[in-house]
Design a protein around this ligand. Structure first.
Ligand SMILES: [Zn+2]
Length: 389
């Protein structure tokens, strides 16, 4: 059974523009998981977003970018689906963080053949650690390069506004991940949006996509104002399920919004290189827990209002039953229009990069890197070198 059959979805392929692969696993295992998901969820394309640092799931992984290129190469080579990969920068949080450094990181990623760039830096803990605004002059050269090359840029902006409020509003799990930011030491939600607007004002051609609907579905006028003011700005529908609580509460408003902007909204799920389902489900070829957010998004967009369902902690969610034409934009057309055939991987540059990382990791160049993960990542790098040779 596929995800579409199991959930009574329409026979439409999907392009998931928000997938991560940051769990520490042998590359062959991650590849197998993604191939399984591509088939099960009916994916026409996937966008693998590198997160080299700052995720709640894994601290620091300088090999993330090059592993993404390997996965892209293997998935495209097998014709399973079209895979795109976005690179991400590394911060040192010291005097090594220079304008030249940020520019040369993105230039190198572009030379390697990434399809876009991913910034997690608008997330409260990342933004706080950065100690400077997202529009700081140190990032100017990087943004200018991304704009000039027409590289898609995916940015994580803020978190739900309530995370700045009283701690009791968060679940223990959210607090444990360090997501509460209401102690007065974090830049505010609105400050960080002000920084983004400063970037977009200087670089109006940036193909910038804000993940998770920018946590703005509790502020419809703000979301509309951004889209109207910056014509190249887009959003992805990756949960935060609070988005779907907003859809439930104001179905006409948001259906109209999605209709008006269906060419600027992408499907995304935050699916990982992780199989989480019960053994019984996996034996039946069902991966509803591992890719459960895909099911959540599709249920909300495709099913009828009477097919409402319970979703903790938001209570009842009510689907909005969009027409096929809009879904085609959101599900596949926008992603294909944005990425096209995808960029070619520079195999010799990829080998050099993997060799450099191999040397640096084995010589202790990254004190933040977890030494227990060293044998795994060294063998992953060796596989990459072999593959591209
Ligand atoms: Zn994500």
């Amino acid at each position: 059974m596929t995800n579409a059959e199991l959930n009574n979805f329409r026979p439409l392929p999907i392009s998931d523009t928000h997938i991560h692969y940051l769990y520490a696993k042998p590359l062959e295992e991650s590849l197998g998981i993604f191939k399984t998901f591509i088939e099960y969820f009916g994916m026409k394309s996937i966008t693998l977003l590198s997160i080299a640092q700052g995720s709640g799931h894994r601290g620091f992984d300088p090999t993330c970018n090059i592993k993404g290129l390997y996965l892209k190469s293997r998935i495209n080579g097998d014709g399973a689906a079209r895979a795109y990969v976005y690179g991400s920068p590394i911060h040192f949080y010291d005097e090594r963080d220079t304008a030249e450094g940020y520019l040369s990181q993105v230039e190198k990623m572009y030379e390697l053949g990434v399809d876009g760039y991913k910034l997690l830096d608008g997330k409260p803990a990342m933004r706080k650690a950065l100690g400077k605004p997202l529009c700081d002059p140190v990032f100017e050269g990087m943004y200018e390069f991304i704009e000039q090359k027409g590289m898609p840029l995916k940015i994580h902006m803020n978190d739900p506004r309530k995370y700045w409020g009283p701690k009791e509003l968060l679940t223990p799990g959210q607090i444990a991940r360090g997501w509460w930011c209401g102690d007065g030491t974090y830049p505010t939600f609105d400050e960080v949006y002000g920084e983004l607007e400063a970037i977009l004002t200087r670089h109006p051609k940036l193909k910038l996509c804000i993940a998770h609907m920018g946590y703005l579905t509790d502020d419809y006028p703000h979301a509309v104002r951004l889209l109207e003011q910056f014509e190249n700005l887009t959003f992805d529908l990756t949960p935060g399920a609070a988005t779907f609580k907003s859809f439930t509460d104001n179905p006409e408003l948001w259906s109209e919004f999605l209709e008006r902007y269906s060419h600027r909204i992408f499907l995304g799920s935050d699916t990982y290189n992780l199989i989480e389902d019960t053994e019984e489900n996996v034996a039946r070829g069902i991966f509803e827990r591992s890719g459960g957010r895909i099911t959540l998004v599709r249920r909300m967009l495709e099913h009828r209002a009477e097919d409402s369902f319970e979703y903790a902690p938001f209570g009842t969610l009510r689907p909005i039953n969009l027409p096929d034409g809009m879904l085609k934009n959101i599900y596949t057309e926008n992603a294909l229009r944005l990425h096209g055939e995808g960029r070619e991987i520079n195999r010799s540059a990829a080998i050099r990069e993997a060799e450099r990382l191999h040397y640096e990791l084995s010589h202790g160049a990254y004190p933040e890197f977890n030494p227990e993960e060293l044998p795994l990542e060294l063998s992953n790098l060796e596989l990459i070198i072999k593959h591209f040779s």
